[in-house]
Design a protein around this ligand. Structure first.
Ligand code: GLN
Ligand code: ZN
Length: 765
């Protein structure tokens, strides 16, 4: 029989129960016992769901109160010294509050201290806590949580397969702290603990342990490839079976390495990398299991079961009993249960599958290829076929006008009329800005008042007209404050936006929104990505009336504010029936119309935010250029419809520009504002080395802290900037939007920023 399993299940709960209870615990509203009991209840419910669906194993080890990478760090005793947990580590029992302090800097017990860094897990929107590694670090088994969870599952009568981040991927995700050193020098000690973990699991009666090694789909240095071999040769003595799980892409040049590892099974991603199935089977040794992941764990589309059966039959012939089936990766990255979406129209709902539904898909597929399908399985197949045929033919998906417009794009459409050198002359004349112009990144404090008004509006308690009035009042206030502060290029403040992607998605055709489609982003934070299901168009202008109103209140050039095509794409569930590039160009054209309409309405400065440009980079470097080509083209398409005198800004808030500076320059935005304050302007080196030709606003005010930067500090930062970029091309601005800050911090900070600009003008005019 074909084994069906999953690599992991969402732990947040269908109603975000985990979020609610952990936040209540952090606030002190519920006790540790209540927290632990709710965690246990969620685990048990998830196992029950998996068993009921007919999976051969339930997944243990995918639960975490905060993050599964942090769980492994804690289990290895990799708790940085500042958390003062040496005793807990040596007793083999790191406290949950210590883990929370690593994650958030604080917990109900213990002294607040700087949290560990957080970053995105491969190319997902899930953030993990970066393991901190030190030269000569020694690891010890420092938590027995996992073993308790295994006992829990066993006692409840489930058949668990344990899942853990693998030793190499854990090290790969870690960061060397203190002096530079080779992380691989720590491998032996890490393996000591993994061996101990595996022996204990074996004693508990565990047969299979899944070790996640997605690092194998990235470009690995030779030393790391060799380390994989060494590590798994060592772990093979463990008295149980190991399944090495790879996902998010093709094994590529690591393919023969992965198939050579002395383990009982390998999982591969057959959604992102369908072509590798055959070549992996060719190289697999005759006793090894191959888990084929071909139900999409990264997206929400219903699987075409009939088509997958056809694809699988020859695989089954080759592998027989050695074939396992699974989603492509952990279901952590999709929402929990479609059955809750009672407000989605049934046509659209019929095209989707969330985590709960994907379990059924895997189980049914396994039965289909084993010829043991029940009438229910047959029904699932025919329903899927019917729904997907309907999807392909649906008038809601294909708008002929959109494909015609896309086909008619020429190279000219993505180029401004003149070069930056010419444009800057026209813009200087039109805008008459001083040297070192001041501006902000767009949002002003989203006060509880604003959020309450939006909630009331959405609940139908506030009329459309009253809501608009409320937002206009807010805009008027924000504009007036900026007048008083003396900002040269004011903004309207983005009060009307809940979220920078959702706001646009709600107004564009081709987007849908769920009510409960939450996906964990980090810790207790969940996001509800829009679903792009059809061709994208802009039925009516989205921001023009707000910007127009804001402009009417001031003589200064009001900056219009849009989210860029790549960021909208990146933070949504994207259709799987056309290339991402095509969807991105469609969004770009819709935004282009908005940009042109803003210009017509008298807006002379327009910012198109692209904070997600960099995170869209493929996991393999050789694929970067192709991505950057269409990403850059999409941005340009959205921006290039305006006259030379209209100034296009963009904003990015991440801290690595070196390797994509060519693409950043190719965007050809007149002004780019970036996050630099924490790096002491070092990020400008990339711009200097590249001889970046356009204007730059290196953020001088770190909006991520409540601290108010003083004038001298900001002047000094700008003077550092002046060593690298000439004064005529420098702007003065914060390093990101102000929506998470309060007015009490924002006003004095911006006042200081404006004063800093004045002093700079005096010195350098
Ligand atoms: N314009 C957005 C804001 O000011 C930009 C947010 C971002 O960079 N993530 O909030
Ligand atoms: Zn930002």
């Amino acid at each position: 029989m074909t084994v069906s399993h999953i690599l992991g299940y969402p732990r947040i709960g269908a109603q975000r129960e985990l979020k609610k209870v952990t936040e209540a615990y952090w606030k002190g509203d519920v006790s540790r016992e209540v927290l632990e009991a709710e965690g246990q209840a969620l685990r048990c419910a998830n196992w029950q769901t998996q068993q009921d669906a007919g999976l051969d194993f339930v997944s243990v080890g995918d639960f975490a109160f905060y993050d599964q990478v942090l769980n492994v760090s804690v289990m290895l005793g990799a708790v940085p010294a500042r958390f003062n947990a040496q005793q807990e580590v040596s007793k083999g029992n790191v406290d949950l509050d210590t883990a929370f302090r690593m994650a958030r800097g604080r917990a109900p017990s213990g002294t607040p201290v700087a949290a560990c860094e957080m970053t995105k897990y491969f190319d997902t929107n899930y953030h993990y806590l970066v393991p901190e590694l030190h030269k000569g670090q020694v690891f010890t088994l420092a938590s027995d949580r996992l073993f308790h969870e295994v006992d829990e599952a066993l006692q409840a009568g489930f058949t668990p397969k344990v899942t853990l981040i693998g030793p190499l991927t854990w090290l790969w995700l870690g960061k060397a702290k203190g002096s530079e050193f080779d992380r691989l020098s720590l491998l032996d000690s890490v393996l000591d603990v993994y061996s101990e973990i595996l022996s204990r699991l074996a004693t508990q009666g565990i047969e299979w342990v899944q070790l996640d090694e997605p690092a194998l789909v990235q470009d690995l240095p030779l030393a790391w490839q060799q380390a994989f071999e060494r590590a798994y040769h060592r772990l093979q003595s463990a008295p149980l079976k190991l399944l090495v799980a790879t996902y998010f892409g093709a094994l590529g040049d690591n393919l023969s390495l992965a198939t050579r590892l002395p383990v009982a099974g390998l999982h591969i991603d057959a959604v992102r990398a369908p072509a590798q199935v055959e070549s992996v089977i060719d190289r697999l040794s005759p006793h090894q299991v191959l888990s084929v992941g071909l139900v999409d764990g990264r997206n929400i589309w219903r699987a075409d079961l009939a088509a997958l059966r056809e694809r699988l039959l020859p695989v089954k012939v080759r592998l027989g009993q050695r074939l396992w089936l699974a989603p492509s990766c952990s279901l952590l990255h999709v929402p929990v249960d479609l059955a809750q979406e009672t407000e989605l129209d049934s046509e659209l709902a019929g095209w989707l599958a969330f985590a709960r539904q994907k379990l059924d898909e895997v189980v049914t597929l396994a039965k289909l290829i084993d010829n043991r399908a029940t009438p229910i399985d047959e029904l699932r197949v025919s329903e899927a076929t019917r729904a997907l045929d309907a999807r392909r033919a649906s008038a809601r998906i294909h708008q002929p006008a959109v494909s015609r417009r896309l086909a008619a794009i020429t190279a000219k459409d993505s180029q401004r009329q003149s070069s930056y050198a010419h444009r800057s002359v026209a813009q200087r004349r039109a805008l008459a800005l001083p040297l070192f112009p001041t501006t902000t990144i767009g949002s002003f404090p989203q006060t509880s008042d604003i959020r309450a008004a939006r909630r009331a509006f959405k609940a139908g308690e506030l009329s459309q007209a009253d809501y608009e009035t409320r937002m206009r009042e807010e805009i008027a206030y924000v504009v007036e404050r900026q007048e008083v502060l003396g900002l040269d290029v004011p903004v309207h403040g983005e009060a009307e936006r809940n979220d920078m992607v959702e706001y646009f998605g709600e107004q564009l055709a081709g987007f849908a929104f769920t009510r409960f489609g939450w996906v964990q982003s980090y810790g207790s934070r969940c996001v509800k990505p829009p679903i792009i299901f059809g061709d994208v168009t802009r039925p009516v202008p989205m921001t023009v009336r707000w910007s127009e109103y804001a402009q009417s209140l001031t003589d200064k050039p009001m900056k219009g504010m849009l989210t860029g095509p790549v960021t909208i794409l990146q933070w949504s569930f994207v259709r799987d029936d056309q290339p991402r590039a095509t969807t991105c160009r469609q969004i770009a054209l819709a935004l282009r119309d908005e940009v042109v309409d803003l210009e017509k309405a008298g807006i002379q400065v327009i910012q198109i935010d692209e904070p997600a440009l960099r995170e869209g980079l493929p996991l393999r470097q050789h694929e970067w250029q192709a991505y950057l080509d269409w990403a850059v083209e999409s941005f340009q398409l959205s921006a290039a419809g305006v006259a030379d005198s209209t100034q296009i800004h963009t904003h990015m808030c991440y801290s690595e520009f070196n390797d994509i500076i060519g693409a950043i320059a190719a965007l050809d935005a007149d002004v780019i504002t970036i996050e630099t304050s924490r790096s002491n302007m070092e990020l400008l080196d990339a711009f200097q080395d590249f001889a970046y030709p356009n204007e730059i606003g290196p953020g001088v005010y770190d909006i991520h802290t409540p601290n108010i930067p003083d004038v001298a500090w900001m002047v000094a930062l700008m003077e550092k900037g002046l060593e690298k970029i000439p004064a005529e091309r420098l702007w003065v601005n914060p390093d990101c939007g102000l929506k998470t800050r309060g007015w009490a911090e924002v006003e004095p900070a911006l006042a200081n920023m404006v004063e800093a600009a004045k002093q700079l003008r005096q010195r350098y005019a």
